[in-house]
Design a protein around this ligand. Sequence first.
Ligand SMILES: Cc1ncc(COP(=O)(O)O)c(C=O)c1O
Length: 438
Amino acid sequence: MKLSFSRSGVLQQRAERFLPGGVDSPVRAFRAVGGHPPFVESAAGAYLMDADGNRFVDMFGSWGPMLLGHAYPAVVEAIQQAATKSASFGASTAAEADLAELVQQCFPSVEKLRFVSSGTEACMSAIRLARGFTGRPFFIKFEGCYHGHSDALLVKAGSGVATFGIPGSAGVPEETVKHTIALPYNDLATVEAAFAARPDEIACVILEPVVGNAGTIAPAVGYLKGLREITKKHGALLIFDEVMTGFRLASGGAQELYGFEAGEYAPDLTTLGKIVGGGLPVGAFGGRAEVMDYLAPLGPVYQAGTLSGNPLAMAAGIATLRALLAGREAIYPKLEKTTAAIADGVAKIAAELGIGLTTNRVGSMFTWFFTPETVTDFASAEKSNTEAFAAFHRGMLERGVWLPPSQFEAAFVGAAHGDAEVALVLDAARGALHEAVR
Ligand SMILES: Cc1ncc(COP(=O)(O)O)c(C=O)c1O
């Protein structure tokens, strides 16, 4: 039986009176897939509940943070307890070093770090730090990678920018992005060429070590290692943006998964967000102490925040990372198994129906691209049939499965998802895929 969204429709109309598009972040408006976005009232474990009384299997986990599942008891309790002591002090608390220590346990390459309030802040601050440390103006990013919405990083960005087909963004003057070099992902030759063209001018290379924001794209064999070698050779820093992959692909993120968490291939800097705040607004950037000590008050690179290290956010992060560390032997294998069952299960149904679908998956993040061709970079992701994706998305939502509402976003599975949710997703996909290609 298909679901009704009438109450959400009314709430959307009301929201549109006050908020542009009715939302505070563009992709939430469902413009790429059509229909009214359901208005959420609550969530628990693997499920979202909306204003019409519908229940959905959550396949986007607040865009990544909810790895442990919604309203995870230890996280709820930590936030409640912290809130009784005041929501903010604007002064140091022991919790900041507690969370930093937990992060470092997971990410040995992060010798020192600074907390901020979003992934956007983490990435823009890491770029400033890299420029300050090296004294060089240019940096390299990759097409389809999204590193938040700061001006210099909004060039050929993935995520919502890709969803809406915006080449960059209005309001970003050309002078602001003239030091941004955007290159295709998974192509070392173009990186070599960029460094050859501008020796001693490129401060850093920033990338999603596994891309999520063009849909999921894995690094080719040797790609991360190659980037490390090139950046070292040219005295530039390598920044892994693990806002999405951090604590998700392994407790030590993509750098642990690929064996670069320490030693000569480790990144100089890492940016974090999402899971590190357990659902509260937290980001962080960190790495080699020598580089991090360039930050004020020790060094000349300025960076600050009224709510940075906020006590509620630190409490949620600490509870989340403690639970992850205590349970990691069970959590990561379960994530792998559940996600494979969902991703491969739907791929099999598509094959039976003769639908050309490419499934890219790394751990608990994955994307079904509506193209039969391999997807290795943004150009190949763009070959997807986004109309078929939109129809599929609508069909899944009507059957109680909420996928990220864009072809160019990764789906996420959490530790609360299990066999029951696999069955629900596969069941919904049988009908939705049939409809999507009719
Ligand atoms: C890889 C990556 N970096 C940075 C960001 C920006 O983080 P935030 O939305 O918290 O500003 C995101 C957001 O999705 C992301 O996926």
